[in-house]
Design a protein around this ligand. Structure first.
Ligand SMILES: Cc1cc2nc3c(=O)[nH]c(=O)nc-3n(C[C@H](O)[C@H](O)[C@H](O)COP(=O)(O)OP(=O)(O)OC[C@H]3O[C@@H](n4cnc5c(N)ncnc54)[C@H](O)[C@@H]3O)c2cc1C
Length: 372
């Protein structure tokens, strides 16, 4: 097993890698550019694959306690009437058959605390940009001038990865897909006990519980011109988007305020062709496969990446073989998530057949249940 690893980026992918490697006795340092190591965004949906990965990482109990783990889905019309709901999920159902949600900062707190407890050296305010490969390792110069040699660098530096640009200058850049995603947090009415999709309105609207008392809403809007919204425009815009809906939505709309933690992101995607490594630097997570949220599985995929990478490093004495093995195990799965998510967004934007989109979603989610 490899001796000393630097993980660049402390998002879900980087933290998963750090935990999985530290658990195998590897000396790990994790560097994040943000000196406060913050997590942005309101809530996050967790699908079965994410929950299975959390279980394998040993954090599922805490996710269950501090987030929301349930299962099933309910479809509503724009007036709030229930169109369809799945039967209640059995108490014995394994994580892969479940789903739920959690506040991003809560998931970040759980994972970042576990990383420190695992003995990982955490260096914050350290944007890593100065590295050179030599003699089967990587020499990294940190922003404070410290120079250190690592056997391997894992770049988990997100969709705008600078490592990707440095290693592969010809790599494709993230592509705007035409949709934007709004997320807000609201009090959860007791009736919202699972993920809900609201159909038939002007935007794609969904709610998902993230704790005992809260839920988050996501709104996907077709925004071909990729507009920028000033902070003071954001809540009024969300209120406008929610206006056509009935049921409990007017109460959510009336509650909009600072506590809503409104968050807007234009949707971008990226699929980096293999290889995902060069020498002793390997990239994972959104740095190589950034998806739109149509499968709600990007974070789970990044967590899986960390687990698989640690597994491949343990299985091979030769690091190049381990890194090639990592990409081989991950590439098709990631490609399927990215391409099918983008395709569903395209169907939505074209006002196409929602049944086609649902069939593609169901088929992909079923394939993702296979072992990773
Ligand atoms: C609108 C939206 C909604 C989404 N909803 C869901 C969802 O419901 N469920 C789900 O599973 N997924 C969802 N995703 C996807 C998910 O957020 C990402 O797939 C996931 O966060 C990727 O994790 P990561 O660790 O690869 O990158 P990131 O989470 O982006 O982390 C990158 C980290 O690297 C750090 N960094 C960057 N550059 C450097 C550098 N040079 N040196 C040091 N540190 C650096 C950053 O500070 C950051 O902490 C959504 C995505 C979007 C855009």
């Amino acid at each position: 097993m490899i001796g000393k690893v630097l993980v660049v980026g402390g998002g879900v992918g980087g933290m998963s890698t750090a935990l999985a490697l530290a658990r195998r006795g590897v000396q790990v340092e994790l560097a994040d550019a943000d000196r406060h190591w913050r997590a942005y965004g309101a809530g996050i949906s967790v699908t079965g694959l994410s929950l299975r990965a959390f279980a394998d990482l040993g954090i599922l109990d805490e996710v269950r306690e501090k987030g929301f783990v349930g299962g099933g889905i309910r479809l509503r019309g724009a007036d709030g009437g229930v169109i369809m709901e799945t039967p209640p999920i059995s108490a014995e159902a394994p994580p892969i058959a479940r789903s739920g949600g959690i506040m991003r900062p809560v998931l970040h707190e759980i994972m970042s605390r576990r990383v420190r407890e695992a003995g990982v050296r955490v260096t914050l305010g350290a944007e890593i940009a100065d590295f050179a490969q030599a003699d089967g390792g990587v020499r990294v110069v940190f922003p404070d001038g410290r120079a250190e040699r690592f056997d391997l660098v894992v770049a988990a530096d997100g969709i705008f990865s600078k490592t990707r640009g440095a290693l592969f200058p010809e790599a494709p850049r993230p592509r705007f897909t035409g949709q934007g995603c709004w997320r807000i947090v609201a009090d959860r009415p007791p009736e919202v006990d699972r993920a809900e999709m609201w159909l038939g309105g002007p935007v794609k609207l969904g709610f998902n519980p993230v704790s005992q008392g809260k839920m988050y809403a996501f709104i996907l809007e077709h925004v071909p011109d990729n507009p920028w919204y000033a902070p003071e425009e954001q809540l009024p815009h969300v209120a406008e988007l929610l206006a056509p809906y009935g049921g409990y939505v007017p109460a959510v709309r009336d509650s909009l305020g600072e506590a809503s933690l409104v968050n807007y992101r234009p949707l971008e995607c990226l699929m980096l062709p293999a290889p995902w490594h060069k020498g002793r630097i390997v990239m994972i997570g959104d740095a190589v496969h950034a998806t739109t949220p149509h499968m709600a599985s990007g974070a789970g995929m990044a967590v899986e990446d960390g687990l698989v990478l640690a597994d491949e490093l343990a299985r091979h004495d030769d690091v190049s073989e381990a890194l090639a093995g990592f990409t081989a195990r991950r590439f098709e799965r990631a490609r399927m998530v990215v391409e099918n998510s983008v395709r569903i967004g395209e169907i939505e934007m074209a006002g196409g057949n929602q049944m086609d989109a649902n069939a593609m979603l169901g088929d992909t989610m079923q394939k993702l249940q296979q072992p990773y």
